[in-house]
Design a protein. Structure first.
Length: 194
């Protein structure tokens, strides 16, 4: 019997107080650029694992492995340093959206890299839609409905602004695009030890 596979990206989330700070940045840019996608479609996150292609039986098998993995993982800090800008044509084609992206740069530390590598050991057994290696994480502040005019406004506005914060990774999830159109929702969520 043919089993339908879905696309499951793996992302990490922050503590609630850290998430509020990120949301405030996203709101500020939304007012400036009129881009609302980041506010409406997904809570602030960073990608930590491959976007897997799984059927429901594989998802159940993976759930146990990820639960065991999470039970041995402590929450950890990630440093964000300054703003970044890119024109991402591959994502634009994948989601049929604008290619412009404004994001926060991440300083990759040994804890984050070890976490991602351990997850990869588990996930490499499954088919994936896209890989995250070489690993270059970021936290998206505006994209998808960010047009060229808004992108230029954001670049000009943020040009001389500095950003430096440390946020704590508190959990990670597998999500899927349940409704289509790139609106991802958690399917499995795993809290890290405090």
């Amino acid at each position: 019997m043919f089993m339908i596979q879905k696309h499951y990206p793996c992302v990490a989330y922050f503590r609630k107080d850290d998430e509020k700070k990120i949301r405030n940045l996203q709101k500020e840019l939304s007012i400036l650029t009129r881009s609302k996608s980041c506010l409406l479609e997904w809570q602030p996150h960073i990608t930590v694992g491959k976007a897997l292609e799984l059927n429901k039986f594989q998802l159940q098998s993976l759930k146990k492995e990820l639960k065991d993995f999470a039970s041995n993982q402590s929450s950890f800090d990630v440093e964000f340093k300054d703003y970044g800008f890119m024109i991402h044509k591959i994502v634009a084609k994948l989601y049929n959206c604008e290619p412009y992206v404004v994001y926060l740069k991440i300083v990759v530390n040994p804890m984050l890299l070890a976490f991602v590598k351990k997850l990869n050991v588990i996930m490499k057994k499954y088919d994936f839609k896209f890989d995250i290696f070489p690993y270059n994480p970021h936290l998206t502040l505006a994209f998808k409905d960010l047009d060229q005019k808004g992108y230029k406004k954001a670049k000009k506005y943020l040009k001389n602004k500095l950003f430096s914060e440390v946020f704590k990774i508190a959990s990670f999830s597998l999500a899927t695009d349940k409704k289509g159109g790139g609106q991802f929702k958690e399917v499995l969520k795993f809290k890290l030890k405090k």
